[in-house]
Design a protein around this ligand. Structure first.
Ligand code: UDP
Length: 309
């Protein structure tokens, strides 16, 4: 039997990945300091004998006595408002945390996967973004704490791959949504859904003409699972290439929630990317992966989840 260590395993993506691995009969050791993760995301897993939870901050030395086949590094604040609130923790988990997770993979001779991000492309000057683009990041801006930590994490991962021969993967995750996002995590979708369900104004930042491309969580996790099982060591984009403006997103949420809410406009945060869309040709070719859930299906599932909360 295989065993995976998932850092950030109680977070939004980490917990869905725990589910996926356990359903494939892989033992999971979930490590989380619960800074932005939550027990609620993993409480259903405690009855499984394949699941173990360790409350630990991965920026400190990680000790695991079991044999380990995979180290999957998902720990990090990931919403812009979270990494503005926790700038030092964000930098530490991306740097020291990645170092410890890679050290664990090296000690156990395990495959390592880094959860990287479309934020490595910054406010992109190439559109859509393919893996060969080096990005346009402001290192000292408020978002720099996340972007630069992830860029450093990618560099460290490739150094461990090249110098220590560690089998590594890097997934660049684009905007993802679905059940288990925190209602108040500050990101566009949970904010809009909660505003629409409470008949409050939807707060669109800037003029709302900036674009994003939203992927439903099960599609993303399927792509990541295929990447783990592949032998692709270079970064790979996983996301849904259907691009849309934030104005359109707000309108779709109001309609699907049967809400009477209106849209109000607020200041655009500093360095907010103007466009974002993954080029997923590589994932299609190398992993034979493509997202299948439509925005309407995904939004309906997510709205239902937030309604029930
Ligand atoms: N946004 C918005 N209203 C909100 C939250 C976010 O208009 O209440 C905008 C934000 O400025 C960005 C887009 O929605 O242009 C997506 O933001 P999110 O925080 O979800 O993630 P990002 O893609 O910026 O990492």
């Amino acid at each position: 039997m295989k065993t995976a260590v998932i850092t950030g395993g109680a977070g939004f993506l980490g917990s869905h990945l725990c589910d996926k691995l356990i359903s494939n009969n892989i033992n999971v050791i979930c490590i989380d300091n619960l800074l932005t993760g939550s027990f609620n995301n993993i409480s259903h897993l405690f009855e499984s004998n394949l699941f173990k939870f360790v409350k630990h901050d991965v920026t400190n030395y990680v000790h695991i006595s079991e044999k380990v086949d995979y180290v999957l590094h998902f720990a990090s604040p990931a919403s812009p408002s979270d990494y503005l609130n926790y700038p030092i923790q964000t930098l530490k988990v991306g740097s020291l945390g990645t170092h410890n997770a890679l050290g664990l993979a090296k000690a156990k001779n395990a495959t390592f996967l880094l959860a990287s991000t479309s934020e490595v492309y910054g406010d992109p000057l190439v559109h859509p973004q393919n893996e060969d683009y080096w990005g346009n990041v402001n290192p000292i801006g408020p978002r720099g704490v996340y972007d630069e930590a992830k860029r450093f994490a990618e560099a460290l991962t490739m150094a461990y791959h090249r110098y220590h021969n560690i089998d590594t993967r890097i997934v660049r995750i684009f905007n993802t949504y679905g059940p288990r996002m925190r209602v108040n995590d500050g990101r566009a979708l949970p904010t809009f859904i909660s505003q629409a369900l409470n008949e409050k104004d939807l707060t669109v930042f800037g003029n709302g003409e900036q674009t994003r491309s939203f992927c439903f969580v099960t599609d993303l996790i399927d792509g990541i699972y295929k990447l783990i099982l592949s032998n692709e060591n270079n970064p790979i984009n996983i996301g849904n290439p259907k691009e849309i403006t934030i104005n359109e997103i707000a309108k779709e949420i109001i309609k699907l929630s049967n809400s009477k809410s209106k849209i109000v406009y607020k200041d655009l945060p500093i360095d907010d990317p103007k466009v974002r869309q993954p080029d997923i040709s590589k994932a299609k070719k190398v992993l034979n992966w493509t997202p299948i859930i439509t925005r309407k299906e995904g939004f309906e599932i997510t709205i239902k989840y937030f309604k029930e909360l």
